[in-house]
Ligand binder design. Structure first.
Ligand SMILES: N[C@@H](CCC[C@H](N)C(=O)O)C(=O)O
Length: 284
């Protein structure tokens, strides 16, 4: 199976061009196999770039545990770059069909290659039942969430996929010794109040326009970045009153620029997309 390895600020996926390539097995099985960092290619999951009847291309994304997600922000920027750079649609404005509908993307093209990508991520989903979560509130803002003997205040948003943001102190950003994101991330992901699990974001506010965040992703664990997560953190910051509508998010793999627009209620995400290498994978 021919593939291309790409990443958005370190959130790395194996991309397969399904305009020309056929998967050798079910995507869930392929995702688990290729994602393995020792026995596979090594990635946070698998992303399929497929033909679409309603957009320039369609994205399907699978986490490293094989589960399919509705959306992937870093993946979407990479899909747009691939569609442009590999001549599927040589346009600087593209539409991509995702699990949450058709999203539009603008590319910053330098020497014929897309570098920075701006995505209109659509409106955040704020009804608890649609996120989905059983925490109180539409949406739940600073809702009490007790896991592993610790109390968090969770603000929940869906960007097509479910996110919970908790504001924490410096102890969650030290990775030597006890890693609290590795400890509490899976407990939040699998808490019974999230019937379809959740992506968990641990956030420190630096200023009204700047945060530092670490993520435990549903189905993939700790990643270097989460694009939909950064969008959800932008929305959570406005809902809690902790940050403004325009936000610079520092993630372990790099920075993303976010805006929750008051004009159209859509969230905009801007960041880089990088192609690393292409190859051929031989299924066992
Ligand atoms: N890394 C992604 C999100 C990938 C999907 C997520 N783990 C889920 O299951 O919802 C991003 O950049 O948004």
């Amino acid at each position: 199976m021919r593939f291309t390895k790409m990443h958005g600020i370190g959130n790395d996926y194996v991309y397969v061009n399904c305009f020309v390539e056929k998967l050798p097995a079910e995507p869930a099985i392929v995702s688990q196999a290729v994602s393995h960092r020792n026995f596979g290619i090594g990635s946070d999951g698998l992303i399929l770039i497929c033909p679409s009847e309603v957009a320039d291309a369609r994205m399907r994304m699978y986490n490293s545990d094989g589960s399919e997600s509705e959306m992937c922000g870093n993946g979407l920027r990479c899909v747009a770059k691939y569609v442009h750079d590999h001549n599927i649609a040589k346009k600087s404005s593209l539409t991509i069909e995702t699990g949450r509908g058709i999203l539009s993307v603008d590319l910053d093209v330098v020497n014929g290659k897309a570098q920075k990508v701006r995505v209109n991520m659509g409106e955040p989903i704020l009804e608890a039942a649609k996120i989905p979560t059983t925490l109180p509130g539409d949406p739940p803002v600073n809702a009490a969430l007790s896991v592993g003997g610790r109390e968090f205040l969770a603000t929940c948003v869906s960007m097509g996929n479910p996110h919970a943001t908790v504001y924490v102190g410096d102890e969650f950003f030290t990775t030597t010794g006890r890693d609290l994101v590795a400890e509490f991330g899976p407990l939040i992901e699998n808490a019974p109040v999230f019937p379809r699990r959740v992506n968990a974001h641990f956030v420190k506010v630096q200023s009204p326009n700047e945060v530092t965040m670490r993520t435990w992703e549903r189905g993939s664990g700790i990643t270097l970045a989460c694009g939909t997560g950064a969008c959800a953190v932008c929305v959570a910051g406005v809902l809690t009153g902790l940050t403004d509508r325009k936000l610079l998010a520092h993630l372990p793999g790099g920075d993303l620029e976010l805006e929750w627009s008051a004009a159209d209620n859509h969230v905009y995400m801007t960041g880089p997309a990088t192609e690393v290498f292409s190859g051929e994978w031989f299924p066992a």
